[in-house]
Design a protein around this ligand. Sequence first.
Ligand SMILES: Cc1ncc(COP(=O)(O)O)c(C=O)c1O
Length: 370
Amino acid sequence: MTASPEYTGHTQGGEQIRHIMSRIPLAVPFWDEECEKAAIRALSSGQWVKGPEAKKFGKEFAEWCGAITAVPCHSGSAALWAAMRVLEIGPGDEVIVPGMTFIATATSVSLVGAQPVFADIEKDYWCICPDDIISKITPKTKAIIGVHIFGQAFSSRLREICDQNGLWLIEDAAQAHGTTLAGVKAGAIGDVACFSFFPSKNMAVGGEGGMITTTVPDLAERLHMIVNHGRTDTLESVELGTNLRMSEVSAAIGRVQLKHIEKWIDKRRENASMINGTPMVRENTEHAWHQLCILSENPGNLISDLTNAGIDGRVYYPLPCNKHSVYSGHPQHRISLPNCDELASRLVAVPVHPALHQGDIERINSVLRL
Ligand SMILES: Cc1ncc(COP(=O)(O)O)c(C=O)c1O
């Protein structure tokens, strides 16, 4: 099967995307006239940073996800760094992270001089395994970073484990705009949550971007300061921070995207329900389907079948985090996290984004049936 020459792009939420593509891509950036107008409004205001757009974007995002405050920032990685700082995690501390995730989950811990401790993942849902977390808690453990991997909510046991052991719960929600756990949206499940607006994510800002949210009133003001050199209104720096602020143009675009997010997530869910081999969704949760990964016996063959059919596919993640050479000196570099080792390199993402047409889904299914 070859790519159909008629395949010429997408509508997203009913609006035309001006892309002509011969392949079905894994992600499609969205913008419309309203995004363009918002960007121009921010640009022509002359106030390119520290203006009303970022303030409003933070407020609207917090209202949407149910957090008490939300602070726009440079990226999901910057949000994770800010989470470490606001929770005063540093040298001598340990933070338990899943062995299979995007590397920034772990490196954010290393960047503040603390030690990431890798826990295995669940066989069925691919999120951090609660039983393995328990076996890895030591007197040095300060926090757990649960990742809602691919948009699948992590286990509700993480909250219980944190409460019982006096640990902070950080959500890595970079892939989880719209994920819910027991009716609560990602962003309001943990103590602090970190989102990414990288262009392929469920919503974006026309460049790099991120958001940090919190549900802990005492952390709210400090979060706002940490992205702005730890400064108070009197311009005194009272704690270590740096410039992680989001630009006004990005925030203006983000505000428009936020208006579409619910509709896009519904469409992702509808698409996922039609794709062959859709993975299991945890009970009492809603998946946000940032990625739809197929567990494959032969990922190389699956990717080449997808490629021959004009469909983009990609392995997430080819290597568990502890096995990356950046962690060659880490005590867990050579140890096996059995589920991470088994699943890494076997999960193949296929397109599930809201711009898919019915014909695209049929084409994807024709490969998944092979
Ligand atoms: C799970 C996870 N955490 C963190 C990040 C980092 O986000 P960013 O690329 O915006 O820095 C990503 C981005 O892909 C991610 O998927």
